[in-house]
Structure formats: structure tokens, C-alpha cells
Design a protein around this ligand. Structure first.
Ligand SMILES: [Zn+2]
Length: 134
């Protein structure tokens, strides 16, 4: 028997006043045990990636890197077992077998380890900004 669905609301803890919230549905309070109290919206968690008329270009680089099974997943010698190759930030945690966005899709399969994917987004403002005032 399932309990009544409830919502847990977290307000962005980024700097300054921010009205963004995170809403999580749950049925039992213990489901929230793993939910961090501190949460930042997309604008405040990655301010360099937040595009504005003043910040009109961002670039991200992902690298195809090996990912290994956690030793607790298998029994046997202490050797590392390759799970596969995944995209991730260079030197970071490779987690995605496929990455995509508007205009591109890159599967990890078919590229050699060390391949780098550079994604650039550019905002082009109109020559004469449209008047959007009411
Ligand atoms: Zn925020």
C-alpha cells in the first residue's frame, strides 16, 4: 500500500535573492534522507555556463575515458575490470555513453579512447533588439 504523495520544496541557496526552487515528490520521509539540503539552480550552480546578453558563448570539452567496475561489484583478483568508455570532463568522472544536444549526437562507441568532444554554444543578438516592454 502506498502512502500519500507529498512534495518537498528546496529554495536555491545561491548568492543573492533567487526565486528558483527544486520540487521533489515523495511518499515516505526516509526517501528524503539522501537529498542534500543545499541546492543551487542552474544559474547559480554553473554561472559561467549561464548564457545572458553579456555572456554569449560557452565551450565545454568532454573526453572519452575508461570507466571501471567498482571492486565491490565483482569477486576475484584485485585487477580493475573495464566497464567501457564514456564521455566526461578531462580528468573528471566519465559517466555518459552518449551525449547530445541541438545539432549533435555523439556515442562513445566508435571513437578511440582520448577522443575529445568540444561543444560550443553561441548567442547571436539581433542587430536591433526587439522592444519587449508591455
Ligand atoms: Zn539560483
Amino acid at each position: 500500500m502506498s502512502g500519500r504523495r507529498r512534495t518537498h520544496v528546496r529554495r536555491c541557496t545561491g548568492p543573492g535573492p533567487c526565486m528558483e526552487v527544486s520540487v521533489i515528490e515523495y511518499t515516505a520521509a526516509h526517501e528524503l534522507d539522501h537529498v542534500p539540503k543545499d541546492w543551487k539552480c542552474a544559474k547559480h550552480s554553473a554561472p559561467d555556463e549561464w548564457m545572458t546578453p553579456a555572456n554569449r558563448q560557452t565551450t565545454t570539452v568532454l573526453e572519452l575515458q575508461p570507466r571501471y567496475l567498482h571492486p565491490s561489484v565483482f569477486r576475484g583478483p584485485e585487477e580493475r575490470r573495464l566497464l567501457g568508455y564514456f564521455w566526461g570532463p578531462p580528468g573528471g568522472d566519465p559517466t555518459h555513453g552518449a551525449v547530445s544536444g541541438p545539432g549533435f549526437c555523439a556515442l562513445a562507441d566508435g571513437f578511440p579512447p582520448g577522443t575529445r568532444l568540444t561543444v560550443t554554444a553561441t548567442i547571436t543578438l539581433p542587430d536591433t533588439p526587439e522592444d519587449t516592454s508591455p
